[in-house]
Design a binder for this molecule. Structure first.
Ligand code: MIG
Length: 756
């Protein structure tokens, strides 16, 4: 095999939105999407580009270039791309000429057969974060990864690849930040200087074009904002999906599902969601109910609804080969399934036995699939769980001959799960009319946040997996996925009671709070761990419900800017070295105000790193000085959670579920601090799309220590808040005297002085 390196520029032309550059070997195209986003494609084919499943934006119609003997320069207000003519190399600089990211001068972009790789110069202090659901450390320098969506049953602490593909990372060096998104769904590779004598990093794919978007914004949060502008952001999730979720593989009958739901209510442990895993179906046939064990699904749903429970049901892609089964017959009649090149439908084994697999890359197939959800929605299901969509078949890899439309499996595999989630989301959103569906998917590709939440698959019930899970959640947040969670307790194995309690307490601060377990494991529900543990678990779940006004506002931020709820400290403090230390790398901000330090179940104290500034322990109001390591008590009853000085956190009284009305009192907690601070409070009905038409309630809350006041701006939007009264809760304000009296919440601006 020959290595072909993109050589000298032979010519170039700018046609409106695109600058086209030719060499003897290849053609490069440059597009500008915004002042801080430049796209580069390099292709041997000179044909049409592949469609993107991730990108939802169009390039600018025109942009400025400069030409000299040696260079072509693309200049925006934020970024300079200097294209070296001989040989063709791409070097990015800030607007004030600081190097951000440069090709390796020797190799640039090259091909071996269809495999295309770009080699980049590595800076001595360069760090890398991102790639979504990847094991390993927060700083990915010195490691390499492969993207190839895999049913990673029983994955280990270092396994790679897992279920999802997010070919997007952020580089940090010299006090500068940049981002790079390789939009290519073939099997892809990232090497962050692991094997190159610290000289180069490299990335590329087995096929398709070199096709990357370069982000030049300064600040990790700004880069995430740009990346999610390009690939889309999540919608507001249904409020109920942010409550506690109880899952198991499987609750075996309607009777058992109802018993679980009733037990939550009887024990007054708050919960919103219960799940049906694969055993609710007739012979694992998608869109059916088992006639014996789930004989009256509507009756079950009505009872669940009366208890304010929502049900999420699993759907796998495999369609059982069985004449008379509706999905099979329709799929055959309309030719909806993936095929061998000779036209025969591909058959693989999964839960139902011999199966065909829908070609979710086709519009008509996605529509057909989406419409079939009436089988579930008609009885009242409004949550849909997409599993096995890597796609998985027994034996893992499908034959590489299998075709989806005119593409072979390896050319599209990494986007299959995303297209299934897209079909599920679009279908159920249409059927449910104005109600928000909850969709959860295991496999995903960049952009999946537009359709679905994700979870991190089949983890294990150990302390190490709990900590790894947190890193996965934090890393998914960098790649645009805010709504994510792990199987709390660990899917495989049986956690110790201590681990279950600890993990549950961490679940409070996880975007999706779901307890799930493998078939055959011990029961996992909160009451299975002894009375004393049950009390702690209950208290922690109650804490989740108290925090929901804060959490919901955090999701609003994700929907608006792409900033995740669970944020690695590298987002806020990218150049603070300690954030990357192995013992601190799991720490994260949960929303703007809270710093959470995950810790093993058997550690009674733990070292926590607090960035400079003042902090408070959430549970005790103890004030702590940042800029140092503190040894924090960490009994099972008290996960180390800290509040930033000046923080504003809206809370509510404990509810048993999110449908409950509550007492109508918004509790506004403020922690004293030297600097002014702001929080955007957001509320809507929590389950419809009316917010798109102005039915929301938003106000900016300001804490101003100089003026000694808290201000709630006038309400923006037409929604009437669930809260009619305000209770101020002050933390760390020694000198002041405040009345305990409730304040009427009106829509006008409200000023609350605390020195009176
Ligand atoms: O082959 O549906 O990751 O959450 O409980 C296993 C049964 C299939 C894998 C999922 C897991 C789910 C299980 N599924």
């Amino acid at each position: 095999m020959e290595t072909v390196i993109a050589g000298n520029i032979q010519g170039f032309k700018q046609q409106d939105a695109v600058l086209i550059i030719s060499t003897a070997e290849a053609q490069a195209r440059i597009y500008v999407y915004s002042p801080s986003i430049i796209r580069v494609t390099i292709s041997k084919k000179q044909e049409d580009e592949d469609p993107s499943y991730a990108v939802i934006r169009e390039p600018l119609a025109d942009f400025d270039i400069d030409e000299s003997a040696e260079f072509i320069k693309v200049n925006t207000s934020a970024l300079k791309l200097v294209i070296n003519k001989s040989p063709l190399r791409f070097n990015f600089f800030t607007a004030d000429d600081k190097p951000l990211s440069q090709d390796d001068n020797r190799f640039g972009t090259n091909w071996q057969g269809d495999r295309v790789i770009t080699y980049r110069k590595l800076y001595p202090d360069e760090k890398f974060i991102g790639l979504g659901e990847k094991t390993g450390d927060l700083n990915r320098r010195g490691t390499s990864y492969t993207n190839w969506n895999t049913d990673a049953v029983d994955y280990g602490l270092k396994s790679d690849p897992l279920y999802k593909t997010f070919p997007f990372f952020v580089g940090l060096h010299s006090g500068l930040t940049y981002g790079l998104f390789l939009d290519n769904i073939h099997k892809s590779y990232f090497d962050f200087g692991a094997t190159t004598d610290d000289e180069m990093s490299w990335f590329g794919a087995d096929g398709g074009d070199m096709n990357y978007y370069f982000f030049g914004a300064q600040g990790v949060a700004k880069i995430i904002e740009d990346y999610t502008w390009l690939t889309g952001r999540m919608e507001m999730p249904p409020l109920w999906s942010l409550g506690y979720q109880q899952c198991r593989w499987s609750y075996m009958s309607a009777k058992e599902v109802l018993k679980i739901a009733k037990t939550f209510r009887k024990k007054k442990i708050p919960a919103d969601v219960v799940y049906c895993d694969i055993d609710y179906m007739e012979g694992f046939k998608i869109f059916t109910w088992n006639k014996k064990t789930f004989a009256d699904p509507k009756g079950m749903m009505d009872e669940l609804k009366a208890m304010n429970f929502h049900l999420v049901t699993i759907v796998d892609p495999g369609i059982k080969i069985e004449e008379g089964y509706r999905q099979y017959d329709e799929g055959i009649a309309n030719d909806y399934f993936a095929k061998y090149p000779d036209g025969e439908n591909y058959t693989g084994y999964v839960w139902p036995g011999r199966c065909h697999f829908p070609d979710f890359f086709r519009d008509d197939v996605r529509e057909w699939w989406g419409a079939a959800f009436t089988a579930l929605t008609d009885v009242g299901v409004d949550g849909f769980w997409n599993d096995m969509n890597e796609p998985a078949a027994w034996g893992q890899n499908m034959p590489w001959l299998v075709k989806f439309g005119d593409k072979y499996m390896p050319e599209v595999r990494n986007a299959y799960g995303m297209q299934m989630a897209r079909a599920t989301y679009n279908g159920t959103r249409t059927i449910l009319n104005n109600k928000r569906p909850f969709v959860l998917t295991r496999a995903a590709y960049a952009g999946t946040q537009r359709y679905s939440a994700v979870w991190t698959g089949d983890n294990t019930g150990t302390d190490e997996h709990m900590l790894l899970g947190q890193r996965l959640v934090n890393s998914l947040g960098i790649t645009g996925i805010s709504f994510t969670g792990v199987d709390i307790g660990g899917f495989s194995g049986n956690p110790t009671p201590g681990l279950m309690v600890r993990w549950n307490s961490l679940g409070v601060y996880t975007p999706m709070f779901r307890n799930h377990a493998i078939k055959g494991s011990k029961m996992r529900e909160p009451w299975e761990w002894g009375k004393a543990n049950e009390r702690i678990i209950k208290k922690d779940i109650e804490q989740r419900y108290r925090l929901l006004p804060y959490i919901y506002s955090g999701f609003y931020q994700s929907a608006l800017t792409g900033l995740p709820i669970s944020r690695t400290l590298a987002i806020e403090f990218p150049f603070d070295e300690k954030v990357y230390y192995e013992r601190f790398q799991n720490q994260f901000m949960f929303g703007d105000a809270l710093l959470v330090a995950p810790v093993e179940s058997d550690k009674l104290t733990t070292d926590v790193y607090l960035h400079k500034g003042d902090w408070y322990r959430l549970s005790t109001d103890e004030k702590l000085k940042g800029g140092k390591i503190v040894n924090a008590p960490s009994p099972l009853t008290d996960l180390p959670v800290f509040v930033k000085a000046g923080a504003i956190i809206p809370m509510q009284s404990v509810l048993q579920n999110t449908t409950e009305k509550g007492d109508g009192i918004l509790q506004l907690h403020v922690w004293n601090g030297k600097a002014a601070n702001e929080f955007v409070y957001y509320e809507d009905d929590g389950n419809s799309y009316d917010y798109e038409n102005g039915f929301y309630y938003r106000r900016t809350i300001r804490f101003d220590p100089k003026a000694k006041k808290v201000t709630l701006s006038a309400v923006v939007g037409n929604f009437a808040s669930r809260f009619s009264k305000l209770k101020m809760v002050w933390h760390g304000f020694e000198e002041m005297k405040i009345t305990k009296k409730l304040i009427e919440l009106e829509n006008e601006q409200l000023e609350i002085f605390y020195n009176l």
